[in-house]
Design a protein. Structure first.
Length: 564
Protein backbone atom coordinates (compact mmCIF):
# COMPACT_ATOMS: atom_id res chain seq x y z
CA UNK A 1 0.00 0.00 0.00
CA UNK A 2 1.29 3.49 -0.84
CA UNK A 3 0.92 6.83 0.86
CA UNK A 4 -1.37 7.94 -1.96
CA UNK A 5 -3.98 5.43 -0.80
CA UNK A 6 -4.25 7.05 2.65
CA UNK A 7 -5.79 10.44 3.41
CA UNK A 8 -4.52 11.08 6.95
CA UNK A 9 -6.45 13.48 9.14
CA UNK A 10 -4.74 15.61 11.80
CA UNK A 11 -4.72 14.16 15.31
CA UNK A 12 -2.74 14.56 18.51
CA UNK A 13 -0.56 11.51 17.85
CA UNK A 14 0.50 12.78 14.43
CA UNK A 15 1.24 16.13 16.07
CA UNK A 16 3.53 14.42 18.62
CA UNK A 17 5.35 12.47 15.91
CA UNK A 18 5.80 15.54 13.73
CA UNK A 19 7.18 17.54 16.66
CA UNK A 20 9.59 14.72 17.53
CA UNK A 21 10.82 14.61 13.93
CA UNK A 22 11.21 18.38 13.91
CA UNK A 23 13.26 18.41 17.13
CA UNK A 24 15.23 15.27 16.30
CA UNK A 25 14.11 13.57 19.51
CA UNK A 26 14.60 10.06 18.13
CA UNK A 27 17.28 10.96 15.59
CA UNK A 28 14.52 11.29 12.99
CA UNK A 29 13.36 7.70 13.48
CA UNK A 30 9.71 6.61 13.68
CA UNK A 31 9.28 3.05 14.94
CA UNK A 32 5.85 1.88 16.10
CA UNK A 33 4.54 -1.57 16.91
CA UNK A 34 1.30 -3.55 16.89
CA UNK A 35 1.48 -6.06 19.79
CA UNK A 36 -1.52 -8.45 19.78
CA UNK A 37 -1.93 -11.38 22.14
CA UNK A 38 -2.31 -14.59 20.07
CA UNK A 39 -5.30 -15.76 22.14
CA UNK A 40 -8.08 -15.06 19.66
CA UNK A 41 -8.92 -13.47 16.34
CA UNK A 42 -8.53 -9.74 15.71
CA UNK A 43 -11.66 -7.56 15.64
CA UNK A 44 -12.58 -4.14 14.27
CA UNK A 45 -11.10 -2.46 17.36
CA UNK A 46 -7.74 -3.99 16.52
CA UNK A 47 -8.17 -2.73 12.95
CA UNK A 48 -8.15 0.83 14.31
CA UNK A 49 -4.87 0.16 16.12
CA UNK A 50 -3.38 -1.57 13.06
CA UNK A 51 -4.28 1.35 10.79
CA UNK A 52 -2.91 3.85 13.31
CA UNK A 53 0.41 2.12 14.06
CA UNK A 54 1.20 0.97 10.53
CA UNK A 55 -0.25 4.18 9.07
CA UNK A 56 1.93 6.44 11.23
CA UNK A 57 5.05 4.47 10.29
CA UNK A 58 4.12 4.51 6.60
CA UNK A 59 3.28 8.21 6.57
CA UNK A 60 6.54 9.30 8.18
CA UNK A 61 8.91 6.88 6.46
CA UNK A 62 9.36 4.67 9.51
CA UNK A 63 8.72 1.04 10.36
CA UNK A 64 6.04 -0.79 12.31
CA UNK A 65 6.81 -4.02 14.12
CA UNK A 66 4.37 -6.88 14.42
CA UNK A 67 5.04 -8.33 17.86
CA UNK A 68 3.11 -11.17 19.45
CA UNK A 69 2.65 -10.80 23.21
CA UNK A 70 2.81 -14.54 23.79
CA UNK A 71 3.34 -14.74 27.55
CA UNK A 72 0.24 -16.76 28.50
CA UNK A 73 0.61 -20.24 26.98
CA UNK A 74 -2.68 -21.49 28.45
CA UNK A 75 -4.66 -19.33 26.02
CA UNK A 76 -2.38 -18.95 23.01
CA UNK A 77 -2.29 -21.01 19.83
CA UNK A 78 -0.35 -21.04 16.58
CA UNK A 79 -3.73 -20.79 14.79
CA UNK A 80 -4.20 -17.30 16.21
CA UNK A 81 -0.69 -16.25 15.21
CA UNK A 82 -1.44 -17.26 11.62
CA UNK A 83 -4.85 -15.57 11.57
CA UNK A 84 -3.40 -12.30 12.91
CA UNK A 85 -0.77 -12.21 10.18
CA UNK A 86 -3.43 -12.88 7.54
CA UNK A 87 -5.64 -10.08 8.89
CA UNK A 88 -2.85 -7.49 8.98
CA UNK A 89 -1.80 -8.35 5.43
CA UNK A 90 -5.40 -8.32 4.20
CA UNK A 91 -5.85 -4.82 5.60
CA UNK A 92 -3.01 -3.76 3.33
CA UNK A 93 -0.03 -3.56 5.68
CA UNK A 94 3.33 -5.33 5.73
CA UNK A 95 5.85 -5.59 8.56
CA UNK A 96 8.63 -6.83 6.28
CA UNK A 97 11.36 -8.45 8.38
CA UNK A 98 10.04 -6.84 11.57
CA UNK A 99 8.09 -9.71 13.11
CA UNK A 100 8.84 -10.43 16.76
CA UNK A 101 7.56 -12.44 19.70
CA UNK A 102 7.73 -11.60 23.40
CA UNK A 103 8.93 -15.19 23.80
CA UNK A 104 12.02 -14.15 21.80
CA UNK A 105 12.98 -12.09 24.85
CA UNK A 106 12.34 -14.55 27.67
CA UNK A 107 16.05 -14.79 28.51
CA UNK A 108 16.54 -11.01 28.40
CA UNK A 109 13.42 -10.48 30.49
CA UNK A 110 14.70 -12.92 33.07
CA UNK A 111 18.03 -11.09 33.19
CA UNK A 112 16.23 -7.75 33.62
CA UNK A 113 14.27 -9.22 36.53
CA UNK A 114 17.52 -10.39 38.13
CA UNK A 115 18.95 -6.87 37.80
CA UNK A 116 15.92 -5.42 39.60
CA UNK A 117 16.29 -8.02 42.37
CA UNK A 118 19.96 -7.07 42.81
CA UNK A 119 18.95 -3.39 43.08
CA UNK A 120 16.42 -4.25 45.78
CA UNK A 121 13.56 -3.33 43.40
CA UNK A 122 11.98 -6.78 43.12
CA UNK A 123 11.26 -9.64 45.53
CA UNK A 124 9.77 -13.11 45.65
CA UNK A 125 6.41 -13.15 47.44
CA UNK A 126 4.69 -16.21 48.95
CA UNK A 127 1.27 -14.62 49.49
CA UNK A 128 -1.66 -16.49 47.95
CA UNK A 129 -3.70 -14.72 45.24
CA UNK A 130 -6.48 -14.03 47.76
CA UNK A 131 -4.02 -12.61 50.27
CA UNK A 132 -2.45 -10.42 47.60
CA UNK A 133 -5.84 -8.99 46.75
CA UNK A 134 -6.49 -8.29 50.41
CA UNK A 135 -3.08 -6.65 50.89
CA UNK A 136 -3.45 -4.56 47.75
CA UNK A 137 -6.00 -2.15 49.25
CA UNK A 138 -8.63 -0.17 47.36
CA UNK A 139 -8.93 3.08 45.46
CA UNK A 140 -9.56 4.87 48.77
CA UNK A 141 -7.47 2.69 51.09
CA UNK A 142 -3.69 2.19 50.80
CA UNK A 143 -2.27 -1.29 50.47
CA UNK A 144 -0.32 -3.24 53.07
CA UNK A 145 3.23 -4.44 52.60
CA UNK A 146 3.81 -8.15 52.10
CA UNK A 147 5.63 -9.88 54.96
CA UNK A 148 8.08 -11.14 52.31
CA UNK A 149 8.85 -7.69 50.97
CA UNK A 150 12.09 -7.23 52.90
CA UNK A 151 13.82 -10.45 51.93
CA UNK A 152 17.47 -9.93 51.08
CA UNK A 153 18.62 -9.70 47.48
CA UNK A 154 20.55 -12.95 47.96
CA UNK A 155 17.45 -14.82 49.18
CA UNK A 156 15.32 -13.41 46.37
CA UNK A 157 17.91 -14.35 43.74
CA UNK A 158 18.02 -17.88 45.11
CA UNK A 159 14.23 -18.24 45.20
CA UNK A 160 13.79 -16.76 41.73
CA UNK A 161 16.40 -19.12 40.31
CA UNK A 162 14.62 -22.05 41.93
CA UNK A 163 11.30 -20.82 40.54
CA UNK A 164 12.83 -21.02 37.09
CA UNK A 165 14.21 -24.47 37.86
CA UNK A 166 10.72 -25.73 38.64
CA UNK A 167 11.19 -26.45 42.35
CA UNK A 168 7.90 -24.87 43.43
CA UNK A 169 4.26 -25.64 42.58
CA UNK A 170 2.25 -23.47 40.21
CA UNK A 171 0.89 -20.37 41.89
CA UNK A 172 2.92 -20.85 45.09
CA UNK A 173 5.25 -17.90 44.54
CA UNK A 174 5.50 -14.79 42.34
CA UNK A 175 8.11 -12.17 41.65
CA UNK A 176 6.87 -8.66 42.44
CA UNK A 177 8.26 -5.20 41.78
CA UNK A 178 9.10 -3.32 45.00
CA UNK A 179 7.56 0.12 44.50
CA UNK A 180 4.98 1.70 46.84
CA UNK A 181 2.04 -0.06 48.51
CA UNK A 182 0.58 3.32 49.47
CA UNK A 183 0.56 4.72 45.93
CA UNK A 184 -2.65 6.32 44.74
CA UNK A 185 -2.17 4.35 41.52
CA UNK A 186 -2.99 0.73 42.32
CA UNK A 187 -0.82 -0.43 39.42
CA UNK A 188 2.21 0.81 41.36
CA UNK A 189 1.45 -1.26 44.48
CA UNK A 190 4.13 -3.88 44.01
CA UNK A 191 2.75 -5.44 40.81
CA UNK A 192 3.48 -9.05 39.87
CA UNK A 193 6.25 -9.48 37.31
CA UNK A 194 6.48 -13.30 37.06
CA UNK A 195 4.27 -16.25 37.97
CA UNK A 196 4.91 -19.99 38.06
CA UNK A 197 2.95 -21.70 35.30
CA UNK A 198 3.66 -25.15 33.91
CA UNK A 199 2.11 -25.01 30.45
CA UNK A 200 3.35 -25.94 27.01
CA UNK A 201 4.21 -22.83 24.99
CA UNK A 202 3.49 -22.84 21.26
CA UNK A 203 7.04 -21.63 20.50
CA UNK A 204 9.28 -22.41 23.48
CA UNK A 205 7.70 -25.75 24.34
CA UNK A 206 8.37 -26.79 27.97
CA UNK A 207 11.59 -24.81 28.39
CA UNK A 208 10.03 -22.33 30.81
CA UNK A 209 7.80 -22.82 33.83
CA UNK A 210 7.77 -19.14 34.81
CA UNK A 211 6.27 -16.50 32.57
CA UNK A 212 6.46 -12.68 32.74
CA UNK A 213 3.31 -10.55 32.95
CA UNK A 214 2.29 -7.96 30.38
CA UNK A 215 3.31 -4.73 32.14
CA UNK A 216 6.87 -5.94 32.58
CA UNK A 217 7.14 -7.67 29.20
CA UNK A 218 5.63 -4.82 27.21
CA UNK A 219 8.00 -2.04 28.18
CA UNK A 220 11.15 -4.20 28.02
CA UNK A 221 10.15 -5.50 24.57
CA UNK A 222 9.61 -1.91 23.39
CA UNK A 223 13.04 -1.00 24.70
CA UNK A 224 14.80 -3.97 23.11
CA UNK A 225 13.22 -3.16 19.74
CA UNK A 226 14.03 0.56 20.12
CA UNK A 227 10.44 1.60 19.56
CA UNK A 228 10.01 5.38 19.45
CA UNK A 229 6.25 5.75 19.96
CA UNK A 230 4.50 3.01 21.94
CA UNK A 231 0.88 3.70 21.04
CA UNK A 232 -1.66 2.03 23.36
CA UNK A 233 -5.37 2.24 24.05
CA UNK A 234 -6.65 4.44 26.85
CA UNK A 235 -6.98 1.72 29.50
CA UNK A 236 -3.17 1.65 29.68
CA UNK A 237 -2.92 5.29 30.71
CA UNK A 238 -2.83 4.32 34.42
CA UNK A 239 -0.13 1.78 33.57
CA UNK A 240 2.19 4.39 32.05
CA UNK A 241 3.88 5.27 35.39
CA UNK A 242 4.73 1.58 35.77
CA UNK A 243 6.01 1.43 32.17
CA UNK A 244 8.29 4.38 32.96
CA UNK A 245 9.35 2.98 36.35
CA UNK A 246 10.56 -0.31 34.95
CA UNK A 247 12.62 1.32 32.20
CA UNK A 248 14.03 4.01 34.49
CA UNK A 249 15.08 1.47 37.12
CA UNK A 250 16.63 -0.76 34.45
CA UNK A 251 18.39 2.30 32.97
CA UNK A 252 17.72 1.22 29.40
CA UNK A 253 16.45 2.82 26.20
CA UNK A 254 13.09 4.42 27.01
CA UNK A 255 10.33 4.82 24.35
CA UNK A 256 7.38 7.15 24.84
CA UNK A 257 3.99 5.57 25.61
CA UNK A 258 1.00 7.42 24.13
CA UNK A 259 -2.63 6.47 24.76
CA UNK A 260 -5.65 6.91 22.51
CA UNK A 261 -9.35 6.02 22.85
CA UNK A 262 -10.27 2.49 21.87
CA UNK A 263 -13.09 1.79 19.42
CA UNK A 264 -16.55 0.99 20.77
CA UNK A 265 -19.28 0.16 18.25
CA UNK A 266 -23.05 0.01 18.70
CA UNK A 267 -24.81 -3.37 18.43
CA UNK A 268 -21.44 -5.02 19.00
CA UNK A 269 -19.35 -6.59 21.75
CA UNK A 270 -15.59 -6.15 21.56
CA UNK A 271 -14.50 -8.08 24.63
CA UNK A 272 -12.42 -11.07 23.57
CA UNK A 273 -13.91 -13.01 26.49
CA UNK A 274 -17.43 -12.37 25.18
CA UNK A 275 -16.44 -13.25 21.63
CA UNK A 276 -15.03 -16.55 22.90
CA UNK A 277 -18.36 -17.19 24.66
CA UNK A 278 -20.26 -16.63 21.42
CA UNK A 279 -18.02 -19.09 19.57
CA UNK A 280 -17.87 -21.75 22.27
CA UNK A 281 -21.62 -21.68 22.96
CA UNK A 282 -22.48 -22.01 19.26
CA UNK A 283 -24.27 -18.67 18.94
CA UNK A 284 -22.14 -18.12 15.82
CA UNK A 285 -20.48 -20.55 13.42
CA UNK A 286 -16.93 -19.61 14.37
CA UNK A 287 -14.52 -16.71 14.61
CA UNK A 288 -15.09 -15.87 10.93
CA UNK A 289 -18.89 -15.89 11.15
CA UNK A 290 -20.05 -12.83 9.14
CA UNK A 291 -22.00 -11.60 12.18
CA UNK A 292 -18.83 -11.36 14.26
CA UNK A 293 -16.90 -8.06 14.56
CA UNK A 294 -13.69 -9.95 13.78
CA UNK A 295 -11.66 -8.90 10.77
CA UNK A 296 -11.97 -12.44 9.38
CA UNK A 297 -15.76 -12.30 9.88
CA UNK A 298 -16.00 -8.95 8.10
CA UNK A 299 -13.81 -10.27 5.28
CA UNK A 300 -16.13 -13.27 4.88
CA UNK A 301 -19.15 -10.98 4.93
CA UNK A 302 -17.71 -8.99 2.03
CA UNK A 303 -16.28 -5.90 3.71
CA UNK A 304 -13.28 -4.62 1.77
CA UNK A 305 -9.97 -3.62 3.40
CA UNK A 306 -10.35 -0.19 1.79
CA UNK A 307 -13.70 0.37 3.50
CA UNK A 308 -12.32 -0.60 6.92
CA UNK A 309 -9.29 1.66 6.48
CA UNK A 310 -11.61 4.45 5.41
CA UNK A 311 -13.80 3.88 8.49
CA UNK A 312 -10.77 4.03 10.79
CA UNK A 313 -9.70 7.29 9.17
CA UNK A 314 -13.17 8.84 9.43
CA UNK A 315 -13.63 8.08 13.14
CA UNK A 316 -10.24 9.59 13.86
CA UNK A 317 -8.04 9.33 16.93
CA UNK A 318 -9.23 10.87 20.19
CA UNK A 319 -8.21 11.02 23.86
CA UNK A 320 -11.67 10.24 25.23
CA UNK A 321 -13.65 7.03 24.88
CA UNK A 322 -16.86 7.17 22.89
CA UNK A 323 -19.15 4.84 20.97
CA UNK A 324 -19.36 4.93 17.18
CA UNK A 325 -22.63 4.17 15.38
CA UNK A 326 -22.35 0.90 13.46
CA UNK A 327 -24.21 2.65 10.64
CA UNK A 328 -21.05 4.65 9.91
CA UNK A 329 -19.06 1.47 9.28
CA UNK A 330 -21.78 0.18 6.96
CA UNK A 331 -21.81 3.54 5.19
CA UNK A 332 -18.07 3.23 4.47
CA UNK A 333 -18.64 -0.29 3.16
CA UNK A 334 -21.46 0.84 0.85
CA UNK A 335 -19.47 3.81 -0.44
CA UNK A 336 -16.61 1.52 -1.44
CA UNK A 337 -18.73 -1.25 -2.95
CA UNK A 338 -20.96 1.22 -4.79
CA UNK A 339 -17.91 2.33 -6.76
CA UNK A 340 -16.50 -1.06 -7.65
CA UNK A 341 -19.07 -3.86 -7.22
CA UNK A 342 -20.56 -5.11 -10.52
CA UNK A 343 -24.38 -5.00 -10.74
CA UNK A 344 -26.21 -8.23 -11.37
CA UNK A 345 -29.82 -9.37 -11.07
CA UNK A 346 -30.92 -12.01 -8.60
CA UNK A 347 -34.27 -13.13 -7.26
CA UNK A 348 -34.18 -14.17 -3.62
CA UNK A 349 -37.77 -15.37 -3.25
CA UNK A 350 -38.79 -16.39 -6.78
CA UNK A 351 -42.25 -16.05 -8.30
CA UNK A 352 -42.69 -17.65 -11.72
CA UNK A 353 -43.96 -15.39 -14.52
CA UNK A 354 -45.06 -16.69 -17.94
CA UNK A 355 -45.16 -14.15 -20.77
CA UNK A 356 -48.08 -15.65 -22.62
CA UNK A 357 -47.56 -13.73 -25.88
CA UNK A 358 -43.79 -14.27 -26.04
CA UNK A 359 -42.80 -16.99 -28.56
CA UNK A 360 -42.22 -20.30 -26.78
CA UNK A 361 -38.92 -21.20 -28.41
CA UNK A 362 -37.47 -17.73 -28.57
CA UNK A 363 -34.48 -16.56 -26.54
CA UNK A 364 -32.61 -13.28 -26.78
CA UNK A 365 -29.80 -11.43 -25.07
CA UNK A 366 -30.23 -7.96 -23.65
CA UNK A 367 -27.55 -5.44 -22.78
CA UNK A 368 -27.12 -4.57 -19.09
CA UNK A 369 -24.83 -2.01 -17.43
CA UNK A 370 -22.20 -3.47 -15.11
CA UNK A 371 -21.78 -0.39 -12.91
CA UNK A 372 -23.21 3.06 -13.66
CA UNK A 373 -20.61 4.56 -11.26
CA UNK A 374 -17.79 3.29 -13.47
CA UNK A 375 -18.43 3.36 -17.23
CA UNK A 376 -15.10 1.58 -17.76
CA UNK A 377 -16.67 -1.60 -16.38
CA UNK A 378 -18.75 -1.75 -19.54
CA UNK A 379 -21.81 -3.89 -20.16
CA UNK A 380 -22.82 -7.55 -20.15
CA UNK A 381 -25.38 -9.65 -22.00
CA UNK A 382 -28.22 -11.22 -20.00
CA UNK A 383 -30.55 -13.89 -21.47
CA UNK A 384 -34.32 -13.36 -21.73
CA UNK A 385 -37.00 -15.94 -22.44
CA UNK A 386 -40.73 -16.67 -22.16
CA UNK A 387 -40.57 -17.71 -18.49
CA UNK A 388 -38.86 -15.50 -15.94
CA UNK A 389 -38.69 -15.13 -12.19
CA UNK A 390 -39.45 -11.94 -10.30
CA UNK A 391 -39.29 -11.21 -6.60
CA UNK A 392 -42.37 -12.48 -4.76
CA UNK A 393 -42.64 -9.18 -2.88
CA UNK A 394 -42.93 -7.35 -6.21
CA UNK A 395 -46.48 -8.65 -6.71
CA UNK A 396 -49.66 -7.96 -4.75
CA UNK A 397 -52.99 -9.41 -5.75
CA UNK A 398 -54.75 -6.70 -3.76
CA UNK A 399 -52.20 -3.87 -3.69
CA UNK A 400 -52.30 -1.26 -0.92
CA UNK A 401 -51.98 2.44 -1.64
CA UNK A 402 -48.53 3.55 -2.81
CA UNK A 403 -47.67 0.03 -3.96
CA UNK A 404 -46.63 0.65 -7.56
CA UNK A 405 -45.20 -2.71 -8.49
CA UNK A 406 -46.97 -5.55 -10.26
CA UNK A 407 -50.64 -6.28 -9.64
CA UNK A 408 -53.55 -7.65 -11.73
CA UNK A 409 -54.11 -5.38 -14.73
CA UNK A 410 -51.05 -3.25 -13.95
CA UNK A 411 -48.07 -2.60 -16.19
CA UNK A 412 -44.44 -2.37 -15.02
CA UNK A 413 -40.99 -2.26 -16.59
CA UNK A 414 -38.53 -5.13 -16.50
CA UNK A 415 -34.99 -3.83 -16.03
CA UNK A 416 -33.17 -3.70 -19.42
CA UNK A 417 -36.06 -5.64 -21.03
CA UNK A 418 -39.73 -4.85 -21.73
CA UNK A 419 -42.94 -3.52 -20.28
CA UNK A 420 -45.13 -6.34 -18.99
CA UNK A 421 -48.74 -6.41 -17.83
CA UNK A 422 -50.33 -8.92 -15.44
CA UNK A 423 -53.34 -10.63 -17.05
CA UNK A 424 -53.73 -13.72 -14.88
CA UNK A 425 -52.92 -15.31 -11.52
CA UNK A 426 -52.42 -19.04 -10.81
CA UNK A 427 -52.87 -20.25 -7.24
CA UNK A 428 -52.17 -23.45 -5.37
CA UNK A 429 -55.46 -25.30 -4.91
CA UNK A 430 -54.76 -26.24 -1.30
CA UNK A 431 -52.97 -23.23 0.14
CA UNK A 432 -54.44 -20.57 -2.17
CA UNK A 433 -50.91 -19.19 -2.49
CA UNK A 434 -49.99 -17.41 -5.72
CA UNK A 435 -47.58 -19.69 -7.57
CA UNK A 436 -47.52 -18.22 -11.07
CA UNK A 437 -48.40 -15.05 -12.95
CA UNK A 438 -49.49 -14.75 -16.55
CA UNK A 439 -48.38 -11.54 -18.20
CA UNK A 440 -48.18 -10.03 -21.67
CA UNK A 441 -45.13 -8.16 -22.90
CA UNK A 442 -44.96 -5.22 -25.29
CA UNK A 443 -42.33 -6.02 -27.97
CA UNK A 444 -42.09 -2.30 -28.81
CA UNK A 445 -40.58 -1.51 -25.42
CA UNK A 446 -37.33 -3.47 -25.76
CA UNK A 447 -34.65 -1.90 -23.62
CA UNK A 448 -37.21 -0.60 -21.14
CA UNK A 449 -38.68 2.46 -22.86
CA UNK A 450 -41.99 3.02 -24.64
CA UNK A 451 -42.06 4.61 -28.12
CA UNK A 452 -45.48 6.11 -27.41
CA UNK A 453 -44.20 7.87 -24.30
CA UNK A 454 -46.37 6.08 -21.74
CA UNK A 455 -44.90 5.85 -18.26
CA UNK A 456 -44.90 3.17 -15.59
CA UNK A 457 -44.18 3.70 -11.91
CA UNK A 458 -42.03 0.66 -11.16
CA UNK A 459 -39.03 -1.17 -12.58
CA UNK A 460 -38.48 -4.76 -11.48
CA UNK A 461 -35.40 -6.96 -11.62
CA UNK A 462 -35.77 -10.49 -12.96
CA UNK A 463 -33.91 -13.56 -14.24
CA UNK A 464 -34.69 -15.93 -17.07
CA UNK A 465 -35.99 -19.22 -15.66
CA UNK A 466 -34.32 -21.29 -18.37
CA UNK A 467 -30.89 -19.78 -17.72
CA UNK A 468 -30.85 -18.83 -14.05
CA UNK A 469 -28.58 -20.56 -11.55
CA UNK A 470 -29.90 -21.73 -8.20
CA UNK A 471 -28.11 -20.28 -5.18
CA UNK A 472 -28.15 -20.22 -1.41
CA UNK A 473 -28.25 -16.72 0.03
CA UNK A 474 -27.51 -15.91 3.65
CA UNK A 475 -29.15 -12.74 4.91
CA UNK A 476 -27.25 -11.27 7.85
CA UNK A 477 -28.42 -8.64 10.30
CA UNK A 478 -26.84 -7.29 13.48
CA UNK A 479 -26.08 -10.06 15.97
CA UNK A 480 -27.65 -7.98 18.75
CA UNK A 481 -30.99 -6.24 19.11
CA UNK A 482 -29.80 -3.34 21.27
CA UNK A 483 -27.06 -0.72 20.77
CA UNK A 484 -25.42 -1.72 24.08
CA UNK A 485 -25.80 -5.50 24.50
CA UNK A 486 -26.44 -6.58 28.08
CA UNK A 487 -26.97 -3.11 29.49
CA UNK A 488 -30.66 -3.71 30.26
CA UNK A 489 -30.41 -7.46 30.95
CA UNK A 490 -28.37 -7.50 34.14
CA UNK A 491 -25.14 -7.65 32.17
CA UNK A 492 -26.12 -10.76 30.19
CA UNK A 493 -25.20 -9.67 26.70
CA UNK A 494 -26.35 -12.99 25.25
CA UNK A 495 -29.95 -12.16 26.23
CA UNK A 496 -29.87 -9.47 23.52
CA UNK A 497 -28.88 -11.81 20.68
CA UNK A 498 -31.02 -11.23 17.60
CA UNK A 499 -32.84 -14.51 16.72
CA UNK A 500 -33.12 -13.31 13.11
CA UNK A 501 -29.48 -12.35 12.69
CA UNK A 502 -29.20 -15.05 10.02
CA UNK A 503 -31.87 -16.12 7.54
CA UNK A 504 -30.92 -18.70 4.91
CA UNK A 505 -32.73 -18.79 1.55
CA UNK A 506 -32.10 -21.95 -0.46
CA UNK A 507 -34.09 -21.42 -3.67
CA UNK A 508 -32.72 -18.15 -4.98
CA UNK A 509 -32.02 -17.57 -8.65
CA UNK A 510 -29.12 -15.55 -10.07
CA UNK A 511 -27.84 -14.57 -13.50
CA UNK A 512 -25.93 -17.32 -15.37
CA UNK A 513 -22.90 -15.04 -15.59
CA UNK A 514 -22.22 -15.76 -11.92
CA UNK A 515 -21.30 -19.38 -12.65
CA UNK A 516 -17.61 -18.50 -12.38
CA UNK A 517 -17.95 -16.29 -9.30
CA UNK A 518 -15.13 -17.03 -6.85
CA UNK A 519 -15.15 -16.82 -3.03
CA UNK A 520 -14.68 -13.22 -1.97
CA UNK A 521 -16.12 -11.70 -5.17
CA UNK A 522 -18.56 -8.87 -4.42
CA UNK A 523 -21.66 -7.81 -6.34
CA UNK A 524 -24.58 -5.50 -6.01
CA UNK A 525 -27.76 -7.49 -6.45
CA UNK A 526 -29.95 -4.83 -8.03
CA UNK A 527 -32.59 -3.51 -5.60
CA UNK A 528 -31.42 -6.06 -2.99
CA UNK A 529 -28.10 -4.95 -1.57
CA UNK A 530 -24.45 -5.92 -1.67
CA UNK A 531 -23.47 -9.59 -1.59
CA UNK A 532 -20.28 -11.61 -1.75
CA UNK A 533 -19.45 -15.21 -2.58
CA UNK A 534 -18.92 -17.28 0.59
CA UNK A 535 -15.99 -19.73 0.94
CA UNK A 536 -18.61 -22.50 1.21
CA UNK A 537 -19.47 -21.87 -2.43
CA UNK A 538 -18.49 -24.34 -5.16
CA UNK A 539 -19.15 -24.82 -8.90
CA UNK A 540 -22.14 -27.00 -8.00
CA UNK A 541 -23.41 -24.90 -5.08
CA UNK A 542 -23.36 -21.11 -5.19
CA UNK A 543 -23.48 -19.46 -1.76
CA UNK A 544 -23.74 -15.71 -1.21
CA UNK A 545 -23.57 -13.62 1.96
CA UNK A 546 -25.40 -10.32 2.22
CA UNK A 547 -22.74 -7.73 3.01
CA UNK A 548 -25.09 -4.77 3.42
CA UNK A 549 -28.50 -3.58 2.35
CA UNK A 550 -28.89 -0.65 -0.02
CA UNK A 551 -30.48 1.51 2.65
CA UNK A 552 -27.82 3.80 4.12
CA UNK A 553 -28.83 4.96 7.60
CA UNK A 554 -25.68 6.99 8.14
CA UNK A 555 -26.11 8.91 4.87
CA UNK A 556 -29.57 9.95 6.08
CA UNK A 557 -28.15 11.01 9.45
CA UNK A 558 -25.51 13.13 7.70
CA UNK A 559 -28.12 14.83 5.52
CA UNK A 560 -30.21 15.60 8.57
CA UNK A 561 -27.24 17.14 10.33
CA UNK A 562 -26.42 19.25 7.28
CA UNK A 563 -30.00 20.56 7.08
CA UNK A 564 -29.98 21.46 10.76
Amino acid sequence: MTNAEITPAPNFIRAIVEEDIKTGKWDGRVVTRFPPEPNGYLHIGHAKSICLNFGIALEYGGTCHLRFDDTNPTKEEAEYVQSIQEDVRWLGFDWGANIFYASDYFEQLYECAVRLIKKGKAYVCDLSPDQMREYRGTLTKPGKESPYRNRSAEENLDLFSRMRAGEFPDGSRVLRARIDMASGNINMRDPVMYRILRAHHHRTGDKWCIYPLYDFTHCVSDSLERITHSICTLEFEDHRPLYDWFLDELEVYHPQQIEFARLNLTYTVMSKRKLVELVDAGHVRGWDDPRMPTISGMRRRGYSPESIRRFCEVIGVAKRNSTVDAALLEHCVREDLNRKAPRVMSVLRPLRVVLVNYPENREEELEAINNPEDPAMGTRRVPFSRVIYIERDDFREDPPKQFYRLAPGREVRLRYAYYIKCVGVVKDEKSNEVIELHCTYDPETRGGSSPDGRKVKATLHWVSAAHALQAEVRLYESLFLTPTPGEQKGGDFKADINPNSLVVLNSCRVEPGLADAAPGDSYQFERQGYFCVDPDSSPTRLVFNRTATLRDTWAKIEKGLQRS
